[in-house]
Design a protein around this ligand. Structure first.
Ligand SMILES: NC(=O)c1ccc[n+]([C@@H]2O[C@H](COP(=O)([O-])OP(=O)(O)OC[C@H]3O[C@@H](n4cnc5c(N)ncnc54)[C@H](O)[C@@H]3O)[C@@H](O)[C@H]2O)c1
Length: 364
């Protein structure tokens, strides 16, 4: 896609804008970094060093030591805000793993709740900031283990420390929005997306990275919860939602403040076993065993998202269904494992072409 066309996406709102992206060294953040650069934004990152080797941000050649920092260090964070004077902040930095949150609950609460509070405080004290998009999760809802999807108006709650920390983030964000941001002229929103897949993720205890690790070694994968149902989506789908939300907030449209779900169509909420079966169509040799009888920390069994609000009010909808998301993901890792080639740019181009075919407003 031509550079001029790319810069015109999302109403051309990102071209030449100063964007601060926390969590840029992680899975979702590195994809957002690629996309924002393509949109012509002036992007600064703020994250810890990549936690995995390989790391997507390294492979993209976008690792910049100047962008390394801890959100728990409010001094450094404020210096970064002061120096860079961002117009919009996408906050993705977090301890995002449920199982690690059982092993390290205090670190999870510290980073996700206090670290996020530091980011919101730095935004409030930086006069250039006009918009904040705060990334939480589908796990912020009080989970009743029922088949109905959760709406933005449903009660917050949490069982494991990760989910609880993100539900708390929603409350902290709401407090900043009501108490400070209005006065400071900042519009803000939280975004709650489902389970994200795509190339370039090597995090521990996540389904796709675990599949890749075991299939490459020729091992049989142990699957803790094969019957758990999740809203699976390609990483580019929630990112298009975050960018659309950011665009509308930068345009000063107050009606888009609040909370937004970004998830797949209902038919794309598959069980873990369903995802593995689908993945096996693209990569022979995927073998797994059900270890659900083992004693493991609690994880929710059934989680679906109702995305009617973002579809009707933002005009957002997913571009790729779960089959396409899994096919693209398998292909990304295959290309990397066999040719050491990083095909993220190809995925982004294909995604944009499909979004244009669907005539999504942000893409035309
Ligand atoms: N991956 C998913 O399926 C998913 C689903 C819903 C929501 N989310 C949310 O999206 C965001 C990004 O998740 P991800 O999958 O890319 O995770 P990731 O682990 O790949 O990346 C996390 C990022 O946060 C940064 N970080 C962690 N602690 C930090 C600290 N103390 N100071 C500065 N930076 C710190 C890391 O350096 C990294 O850049 C998180 O907020 C997560 O909760 C992820």
């Amino acid at each position: 896609m031509e550079a001029m066309v790319m810069r015109g996406l999302f109403g051309g709102r990102y071209s030449g804008r100063r964007v601060l992206l926390t969590g840029h060294s992680g899975f979702k953040g590195s994809w957002l970094m690629v996309w924002l650069k393509q949109l012509g934004a002036d992007v600064a990152g703020y994250s810890l060093e990549p936690a995995t080797d390989p790391a997507h941000i390294h492979l993209l050649g976008m690792h910049d030591p100047a962008f390394i920092g801890d959100i728990n260090s409010d001094g450094n964070l404020r210096t970064t805000f002061n120096r860079f004077q961002p117009e919009i902040v996408f906050h993705l930095a977090a301890q995002p793993l449920v199982r690690r949150s059982y092993a390290q609950p205090l670190e999870t609460f510290q980073t996700n709740i206090i670290g996020t509070s530091n980011v919101l405080e730095a935004a409030r004290l930086t006069p250039s900031v006009r918009a904040v998009v705060n990334i939480t999760t589908d796990k912020v809802y009080k989970n009743h283990e029922w088949p109905w999807p959760y709406r933005e108006s449903d009660p917050l709650g949490g069982h494991d420390p990760y989910s609880t920390s993100k539900a708390c983030v929603e409350l902290v964000h709401e407090s900043y929005r009501k108490s400070f941001f209005k006065e400071a002229g900042i519009l803000s929103a939280t975004a709650r997306a489902g389970n994200v897949i795509g190339g370039g993720d090597w995090a521990e205890d996540r389904l796709i990275p675990d599949v890749i690790r075991t299939v490459v070694r020729g091992e049989v994968m142990s699957v803790r919860n094969p019957r758990s149902v999740r809203p699976w989506q390609h990483v580019l789908d929630p990112l298009s939602g975050y960018l659309l939300l950011g665009q509308l907030l930068l345009e000063g449209k107050e009606q888009f403040e609040g909370s937004w779900n970004f998830g797949p169509e209902p038919a794309d909420c598959l069980s873990v076993a369903g995802v593995l079966d689908e993945f096996g169509k693209h990569w022979t040799g995927v073998r797994w065993k059900d270890t659900s009888g083992n004693k493991e920390p609690h994880e929710s069994g059934m989680l679906r998202l109702d995305c009617s609000k973002s579809q009707h009010e933002l005009g957002w909808s997913p571009v790729w269904n779960v089959q396409e998301a899994i096919a693209r993901t398998a292909n990304w890792y295959k290309t990397f494992v066999t040719n050491q080639r990083v095909s993220s740019q190809d995925d982004l181009e294909a995604y944009l072409a499909n979004a244009q075919k669907k005539a999504l407003t942000w893409a035309i």
